[in-house]
Design a protein around this ligand. Structure first.
Ligand code: ACO
Length: 433
């Protein structure tokens, strides 16, 4: 791109047009540029949205400099300590924490929707056994819209609510089915007497041959992991869900778009990449070589699980995940395991290295979640699907918030065109001669 001229925002844009400044309840003000094109004939240019607020929202607040994350105003640390994942789901969807009776009703409703239509099992059979679980997730979650025609009127609050319940209830069943399909083990039906997380662990890790007794420490750890993944403001996958939904697409299609986006290694795919990286490093003695590679501008290698677009301080989720990680390793007696020793040593060395300190590259939530999932016995190709399971509620809360907004319109970004200007196809052009 060629810079044609530069504008000083204070003087020149102001002389071209008046731009209103909007204030939220907290966080930076935003310049409302909606009228900019009409008044100046110019667009704003912000690839990667580093300075652009794409919407207004009441769901989640992040202060990346201070390392603060709030769901509906509540600090993530308090929610992780005092609430269950399903209470957090209720909070994200409804704006307030549930009363005891509201929670009872919500949990019962989720529980009775955990089974999937039996016909859905046929979709799995269409995939190769070695297909990546996220590829299966994209296909099967998208296919849900073919089963629930009864409640696809997005203008109806009742239909939106029932779609939210169905997605939160059925995604864990589908995640577990992906795992069972790839390992050749039978699908496990949900059991209504179990809690949301116990039920998932049984469907994922149990078999019909044995009784499955979930370990309460591990159940609590997984519940907390889901809370930490539940929402994260306008990240890439949530923005994808909003953009897909802005056209009026059904919620299952929109959540599928979010799942596809999450799969990328720069986003939710990082937890799987962390484990692959640790396996590649192989031994504590190789860490300096990989740290050097991560710092080398000519080497594309990055330390997976480090750095974040928004957090330029410790990611508060990573701090909680680190504690959870140690609880799980202690419970399972895994502190001496080579892979875990390697991860903890890599974390220590990177945190003391000037390159990472100066660039404010701290371990992110994916660094520890990969380690915890591995300790829980979840294979690395399932890690991103686990993330999707936690994030489903955030996606659906944002989708519902957007659809309920009477001013909502289709998302349609513009561009800075740098291609060929108008030209004619040569008169004698003929590729068939
Ligand atoms: N290892 C080594 N160097 C890094 C890393 C890393 N993990 N992350 C960033 N850097 C360096 C970049 O090379 C760049 O250096 P430069 O200024 O000398 O060019 C600088 O730090 C800034 O990096 P950007 O890529 O510009 O930062 P951005 O905010 O766009 O990227 C991202 C954030 C994608 C998360 C990046 O840090 C990364 O790739 N991390 C590894 C992947 C990862 O862990 N992703 C999970 C994100 S969290 C989540 O999705 C839940």
């Amino acid at each position: 791109m060629t810079t044609i001229r530069s504008l000083s925002l204070n003087e020149n844009v102001h002389s071209l047009c008046e731009l209103p400044v909007l204030s939220g309840t907290t966080g930076p003000d935003v310049i409302n540029v909606e009228a900019l094109y009409k008044q100046t004939g110019m667009f704003t240019y912000d690839p990667g949205f580093t300075s652009t607020a794409s919407c207004s929202s009441t769901i989640t607040y992040i202060d990346g400099e201070a390392g603060i994350l709030l769901y509906r105003g509540y600090p993530i640390e308090q929610l992780a300590e005092k609430c269950t994942f399903l209470e957090v789901c209720y909070l994200l969807l409804n704006g307030e924490l549930p009363t005891t009776s509201e929670m009872f009703k919500f949990e019962s409703t989720i529980t009775i929707h955990t089974m999937v239509h039996d016909q859905l099992t046929n979709f799995f059979k269409g995939f190769r056994r070695d297909a990546h679980p996220m590829a299966i997730m994209v296909g099967v979650v998208g296919a849900l819209s073919a089963f629930y025609h009864d409640a696809l009127d997005i203008k109806s609050k009742n239909d939106r609510d029932i779609s939210a319940i169905r997605l939160i209830a059925k995604v864990p069943t589908i995640v577990a089915m992906c795992h069972k399909y790839s390992t050749g083990l039978p699908f496990m039906y949900p059991q209504n007497k179990l809690s949301y997380v116990e039920n998932f662990m049984r469907m994922m890790l149990g078999t019909p041959c044995d009784d499955f007794a979930p370990n309460p420490v591990l159940v609590r750890a997984l519940d907390r992991i889901l809370i930490l993944h539940a929402d994260h403001e306008q990240n890439a996958s949530t923005s994808t869900v909003r953009l897909a939904g802005s056209s009026g697409a059904n919620p299952y299609a929109c959540i599928t778009a979010g799942i596809a986006c999450l799969w990328g290694a720069a986003h939710g795919g990082a937890n799987e990449a962390v484990l692959n990286m640790l396996k590649e490093i192989g031994d504590v003695s190789h860490i300096p070589k990989y740290i050097a590679k991560a710092k080398d501008k000519n080497d594309p290698f990055r330390l997976m699980g480090f750095g974040h677009r928004v957090y330029k301080n410790h990611d508060p989720r990573a701090k909680l995940m680190r504690t959870t990680c140690h609880e799980v390793l202690t419970e399972l007696g895994l502190h001496d395991n080579n892979l875990f020793k390697l991860a903890l040593e890599l974390e220590r060395i990177a945190l003391e290295d000037n390159y990472f300190i100066e660039k404010k590259l701290y371990p992110n939530v994916d660094f520890y979640s990969g380690i915890v999932f591995h300790a829980l016995g979840i294979p690395s190709n399932m890690f991103t699907a686990m993330f999707a399971m936690g994030r489903t509620v955030g996606w659906i809360a944002h989708w519902a918030e957007m659809i309920a907004d009477p001013d909502q319109k289709i998302g349609r970004p513009r561009q800075l065109y740098t291609g060929a200007t108008k030209r004619d196809v040569p008169k004698n052009h003929n590729t068939s001669s």
